[in-house]
Design a protein around this ligand. Structure first.
Ligand code: NAI
Ligand code: MG
Length: 357
């Protein structure tokens, strides 16, 4: 068999990011070794708050060129109690997403073995695919502050929507919906009160839909969508929305499916000009940092999505099978009601992986 060989940039970042990334590297290296069908090298990159305290920057000066040398990036989390969150997030994660044009943030959400969906669903839980616009919108970084500290201080946060930006994420979302059995897409906006950018979204959705006659689609205002997610979860399959709206809805979706501790995400450049970045949805979780109890499943699943993206679909589904068997056996971290620690889950998954050999 031919051996495909990959170089992955490992950027664990801060807090439990370092714990879940090292957990994931152990598991993926074990998988590669056991299957013997591909080779994977993780190269550690120390960007994050410690790096910032030493150098005044969250990333190196040539960080984009550095990342471009890799086939993909495995990311942990960024954020520290002693640095304002907007400094850390813009310093690292948002400094990568925009410039590398990782415009599609894909977040599969499904009720995982060992987790409990708090809703009354006809099936055993939720199975959704969330697509978040990841390069513009409310997080475009447009805005400013003047008259700082005065009563008449002004602060603006301008949402930026371009036709190019909306159309490419809309096409991506319709393609994603088409690739799933139900072929069902909901376009989320707020085009009643926001009468410019959100109306552009509606118009682009209607135009792109013409190219996907086999996909059923509807649109929802974001506030009503929160109700539908809770009250009629079975009516949903794929969802697309703006950077801010889907940031919020994806946390809600993760909680509805069972836990933020299992929610993965892919930050994709669908043109494949740049390496894509894979990370758990959760952040650096100050409250449990250093305790060794972070749930590594979200990062395992993110790594599986990474394997699919770089071309190792079979290895990815084997990995997910192992993780699901471990969770179904009740080897769970405390966030899921279990008594295992992070390393306990890693060891159990590695044992399952060994059985593949
Ligand atoms: P968070 O996701 O870090 O934590 C929220 C809650 O979920 C906490 O109670 C935490 O213990 C729990 N939790 C999260 N991941 C878990 C896991 N794997 N296992 C078990 N429990 C888990 O969100 P929060 O507290 O709002 O933010 C903390 C820091 O992380 C902030 O600096 C924030 O800016 C940053 N952040 C970074 C993100 C990223 O790097 N992509 C995403 C979200 C937040
Ligand atoms: Mg978020």
């Amino acid at each position: 068999a031919s051996k495909n060989s990959y170089r992955i940039a490992s950027v664990p970042g801060d807090g439990i990011g370092t714990e879940v990334v090292s957990a994931t590297i152990q598991v993926v290296e074990k998988l590669a070794k056991t299957l013997g069908t591909f080779k994977i090298d993780f190269e550690h990159i120390p960007w994050g708050t410690e790096y910032y305290k030493q150098t005044g920057r969250y990333v190196s000066e040539d960080y984009l060129d550095t990342l471009r040398k890799y086939d993909a990036v495995l990311f942990g989390a960024v954020g520290s109690p002693d640095v304002p969150d907007h400094i850390s997030l813009w310093g690292l994660l948002l400094a990568i997403r925009g410039p590398l044009q990782l415009y599609a943030n894909v977040r599969p959400v499904r009720t995982f073995p060992g987790t409990k969906c708090p809703l009354n669903t006809a099936t055993d839980g939720i199975d959704w695919m969330l697509v978040r616009e990841n390069s513009e919108g409310e997080y475009a970084g447009q805005g400013g502050r003047s008259h700082v500290g005065q009563q008449w201080e002004v602060a603006t946060e301008v949402a930026v929507f371009t036709r190019v930006g909306v159309e490419r994420i809309m096409r991506f979302a319709f393609e994603t919906a088409r690739s799933r059995p139900r072929k069902l897409l909901t376009v989320v906006t707020k085009s009643n009160s926001m009468r410019n950018g959100m109306v552009l979204w509606d118009e682009v959705a209607a135009t792109v839909a013409n190219d996907f006659p086999d996909v059923k689609w509807d649109k929802m205002l974001v506030d009503a969508m929160t109700v539908r997610m809770v009250a009629k979860p079975g009516s949903i399959d794929t969802i697309v929305g703006t950077n801010l709206h889907m940031d919020i809805l994806s946390d809600l979706a993760a909680a509805l499916a069972g836990s933020i501790g299992v929610a993965p995400s892919s930050n994709l450049d669908p043109t494949r000009k740049n390496p894509s970045l894979f990370e758990p949805v959760h952040g650096s979780a100050f409250d449990i940092t250093g305790k060794g109890v972070a749930n590594p499943v979200a990062t395992f699943w993110s790594a599986a999505e990474m394997l699919i993206w770089i071309g190792e679909k079979d290895a990815a589904s084997k990995l997910m099978g192992c993780v699901e068997r471990v969770c179904a056996a009740g080897i769970l971290t405390p966030d899921l009601g279990g008594t295992s620690d992070t390393q306990g889950v890693v060891d159990a998954v590695c044992l399952e992986v060994e059985k593949l050999g």
